[in-house]
Design a protein around this ligand. Structure first.
Ligand SMILES: C[S@@+](CC[C@H](N)C(=O)[O-])C[C@H]1O[C@@H](n2cnc3c(N)ncnc32)[C@H](O)[C@@H]1O
Length: 265
């Protein structure tokens, strides 16, 4: 097969996936899509995009396997623990300055990230956390959201979490109700939908945007800026960097952990 027909077949397959399953493949980098589709094609022993498309037509299980592969959902509690250490003073500052805190964990995977934020809030606000803070945990992947809702985690999810926080806020692999109740789980596609319930005092979006095309990243960053309350904080973590017009609207306060603040008006 020459390159051009193969490229056309790839486009036809990704258009089919977008049309049938509402994943906007056009917003993701081709390289990422190709790598992940290739993994599934190898698993099924097919060598062309057309043949793989035919499998998808009659195998709902394979379709779900593919969607899972496309939305890589690796995560952990306190993933990159130094990022959370760096964020904590900003959360404390917000907690002092505001009566209530609205937070968005965008691309939350199976929930370890929003529950990490919930633990920090419980630790900072104590018993008042339930009245003063709420976290929207969103993702496009149905299975990930089910896991977030179930909130039952294996030991492997805790390897980066400080032991004293685990002892204090978890029991038998599950967050205590005081932590759990801070988190609202919602389905949300970052490439197609507006932020769910702005304004937010903190937006956390880590290890998600790297898979998006540059234009989709730029659009999303602008949406984050608009969705932040004045004085609000954006945490992108180690991997992603803000660029485009959004960069002009926020102040980079921690270059290593990519923490940005929106000026107060
Ligand atoms: C690697 S995980 C990141 C989890 C967590 N933020 C962390 O850093 O530990 C990436 C997540 O982004 C989600 N994702 C991918 N595309 C998305 C989209 N268009 N809208 C919302 N979430 C998306 C995936 O389903 C996956 O759960």
């Amino acid at each position: 097969m020459t390159k051009a027909p193969q490229e056309r077949a790839f486009e036809a397959l990704t258009e089919k996936i977008s049309r049938e399953r509402g994943v906007s493949c056009g917003s993701y980098k081709d390289k990422c899509l190709k790598r992940r589709i290739a993994v599934r094609m190898r698993a099924r022993g097919v060598h062309s995009y057309e043949d793989y498309g035919k499998i998808l037509d009659h195998d709902a299980h394979e379709y779900q396997e593919l969607l899972d592969a496309l939305t890589i959902n690796v995560t952990k509690f306190f993933r990159n623990v130094e990022t959370w250490t760096a964020l904590r003073p900003y959360l404390e500052g917000l907690a002092k300055a505001r009566a209530t805190l609205r937070i968005w964990s965008a691309g939350c995977a199976s929930g370890e990230e929003p529950y990490t934020i919930a633990v920090l809030l419980a630790d900072i606000l104590g018993e008042a956390a339930g009245e003063r803070a709420s976290i929207d945990a969103t993702d496009v992947d149905r299975l990930s959201l089910e896991r977030t809702q179930q909130a039952h985690y294996p030991d492997a999810a805790f390897t980066e979490m400080p032991a004293h926080l685990k002892r204090r806020y978890f029991q038998g692999g599950e967050p205590l109700p005081s932590v759990r109740d801070l988190v609202q789980v919602r389905t949300h596609d970052l490439t197609r939908e507006r932020p769910p319930h702005p304004p937010y005092d903190l937006i956390v979006c880590r290890n998600v945007v790297i898979y998006f095309e540059r234009k989709a990243q730029e659009r999303l960053f602008r949406a984050f800026v608009d969705a932040l309350a004045p004085g609000g904080v954006l945490l992108l973590g180690k991997v992603e960097t803000l660029f485009g017009p959004a960069r002009e609207s926020l102040t980079l306060v921690d270059p290593r952990e990519r923490i940005y603040t929106k000026p107060s008006v």
